[in-house]
Write a protein that binds this ligand. Structure first.
Ligand code: DHE
Length: 591
């Protein structure tokens, strides 16, 4: 079940983790029929449909093939390995590791055996108008792979191994104990304006000085490292790889280095640190996709202290879900709590870290398939996208309760951490763009002075198109930036749209297009332009020009006042740059 994208682009697209869905719905019709050519047209996967987790690390581990069962076609160990690889890479993001269903339908044997081998084979081959890509007829999967997958689905799924405290302690390494670390900053970097840049496909981060724009260090991290977060003091940088490896990097050292390391599972995406006054730098937390759990660690050593499973009941149908993945985690500024977003149960957990022996967790019923989100400008309200349901859930982190769940106004919201602007008409608003269409939604966030606008989509803007991942602004900026890295049009994917905040009063506000890809001077590759990040002063914004690992990539720095290109950072070490995390803005949640 290879990606439904032209093979030529495979390197970059696999790095995009685009797992084309096995089926949006395997709602089986009475007879297995090939779809008509016009139906096959409808199978074209959208950017939103493609942006599903790929459990790249799980596919590496060998699992034992299920034994023979009467009436069920068996697989050799080799075929089973191949099927697992395809399934974890392409299908598990939607259908779940255990095939119990997530955003896609369940593919458990009670469903698949009812349909039978021929039906499954044809379904995989031809797809369905309901959203299942036509893997065979598109040329993305060979006949042999389709045969293996049809048989695989008739066999019971095999669960990958658990990863508990014993495994974590075994993986835990402290390279430099706290007492041997510097007691003051030993380097000349302006740490507050340092950027930690994800070098996705090399499993590294680059530390780049904001003023000089020079790479001061490249540090090895986990596989396909995902995000960086800062400790409240700004001294410690935490990174998490998709392989669930956390690196703790001490920015005070003469040459910043990993001082401790921990693996918290097999697949993960999020890490955060305690930020409440009095608890600065004390704890860290990481959430995993597999096993479905979060772990609280010591903030200075990463010693794992408490592992908590997220398995449990879905918020709405109240059915047991065996693998609810942990998505975004943020740290409250108002209470000693981590805000943990669980995808499949649709619950937002407020994890009180004051007493981890007697752990208090408030479980808020929100919406399913929570993904990413951020705070409003006051840091009190947290807004998170339930992207498969086109909704946003809002939590009051001061009161510890759900404020509301609202329609996002577009298809598949993807805010990153969102962007906070003061709208000339509606007051403070938080912004999200969408993966599935061009909508940019502005949501009122001030229930005190702008009560009538609070928690409503007060305005929608028309951006360049779908495939947007991140929006960005800064309190000092008069602009709102929207990227579109996953848009199928190369020109749109390699540029960003900028709205003037003052123009938002106009009936149809227009945007300026910044041709960042072109400005980079790179002529090869798709030049996806992704994730704007401001510097500490808020007068320049950095964009990654993200190409495949064997192609040239860059970071383009834009002057926020003039919207002109200010600088291009190029370096042979800058391979596949994606996320960028300015130390000050990340630790203070400025966006
Ligand atoms: Fe991300 C944030 C999950 C693919 C770049 N990504 C997040 C968060 C989650 C997540 C849960 C929120 C973390 C938090 O705040 O604690 N991302 C996933 C996936 O499951 C998905 C769809 C597929 C996968 O298998 O990983 C995925 N993400 C990508 C990419 O392909 C991106 C564009 C490039 C890359 O580096 O992998 C990408 N994700 C990012 C970035 C952030 C992020 C840059 C942080 C944005 C921010 O401003 O905070």
């Amino acid at each position: 079940m290879n990606s439904c994208i032209a093979p030529r682009k495979t390197a970059l697209l696999s790095s995009l983790a685009l797992s084309c869905v096995l089926a949006i719905g395997l709602a089986l019709p009475a007879a297995a029929q090939s779809p008509s050519p016009s139906d096959v047209e409808k199978h074209k996967t959208t950017p939103g449909g493609k942006y599903e987790p790929s459990l790249d690390v799980l596919k590496e581990g060998e699992l034992e093939a299920p034994g023979a069962k009467e009436g069920v076609p068996s697989l050799t160990q080799e075929e089973f390995n191949r099927a697992n690889q395809i399934y974890f890479e392409r299908c598990a993001g939607c259908h779940g590791v255990l095939r119990k269903g997530a955003t896609g339908k369940a593919l458990t044997t009670d469903v698949t055996r009812e349909s039978g081998y021929e039906y499954l084979r044809d379904f995989i081959n031809y797809g369905s108008p309901g959203g299942m890509p036509n893997w065979g007829t598109s040329g993305d999967m060979t006949e042999k792979d389709i045969d293996i997958m049809a048989r695989y689905l008739l066999n019971e799924p095999t669960a990958p191994p658990e990863f508990g405290m014993a495994e974590m302690r075994e993986a835990w390494k402290v390279y430099i104990p706290v007492e041997e670390r510097p007691t003051e900053k030993m380097n000349d970097f302006d740490i507050e304006n340092l950027f930690s840049v994800t070098l996705r496909d090399t499993g590294e981060i680059a530390l780049i000085e904001g003023d000089s724009k020079k790479i001061v260090s490249v540090i090895k991290t986990g596989y396909a490292v995902h995000i960086s977060r800062l400790s409240a003091s700004g001294r410690y940088l935490f990174t998490i790889g998709r392989d669930a490896k956390i690196n703790l990097i001490d920015l005070w050292m003469e040459e910043p280095k990993t001082v401790a390391e921990l693996k918290v599972g097999s697949e993960a995406r999020s890490v955060e640190t305690s930020k409440m006054e009095g608890w600065e730098d004390k704890y860290a937390i990481a959430g995993s996709y597999w096993p479905p759990q979060y772990v609280i660690m010591d903030g200075a050593t990463l010693e794992p202290l408490k592992v908590v499973s997220t398995r449990g009941m879905t918020y709405d149908t109240q059915e047991f879900h065996p693998e609810p993945r942990v998505a975004a985690i943020v740290a409250s500024h108002y209470r000693p709590e981590f805000i943990v977003n669980v995808k499949e149960t649709g619950k937002i957990l407020l994890v009180d870290y004051q007493d981890i022996k007697n752990l208090k967790v408030t479980a808020i019923d929100a919406e399913r398939f929570l993904h990413d989100g951020g705070f409003d400008s006051t840091g009190r309200y947290f807004l998170v996208a339930a992207n498969a349901r086109d909704k946003l859930a809002i939590v009051d982190t001061k009161e510890g309760r759900l404020v509301d769940v609202i329609e996002s106004g577009g298809v598949k919201p993807h805010p990153g951490r969102g962007a906070n602007i003061v709208h000339p008409t509606y007051g403070p608003v938080w912004v999200t763009s969408h993966l599935g269409d061009e909508t940019v939604s502005l949501i009122g966030t001030d229930p005190e002075k702008n009560k009538e606008h609070a928690w409503k989509v007060v305005q929608t803007l028309e951006g360049q198109g779908g495939g947007s991942l991140f929006v960005k602004t800064h309190p000092e900026s008069k602009h709102l930036y929207i990227d579109t890295p996953l848009n199928p049009e190369a020109e749109i994917a390699s540029s960003v749209a900028v709205f003037k905040i003052a123009d938002l009063t106009k009936e149809e506000p227009e945007y300026t297009v910044l041709p960042i890809g072109e400005w980079s001077g790179i002529s090869e590759g798709v030049r996806r332009v992704v994730q704007g990040e401001f510097n500490r002063a808020g007068d320049e914004i950095w964009f990654s020009v993200w190409n495949a690992v064997d192609q040239e990539s860059a970071i383009v720095v834009v002057d926020d006042k003039t919207l002109k290109m200010k600088h291009v950072i190029k370096d042979p070490r800058l391979k596949t740059p994606t996320g960028k995390f300015n130390v000050y803005n990340t630790r203070k949640d400025v966006y």
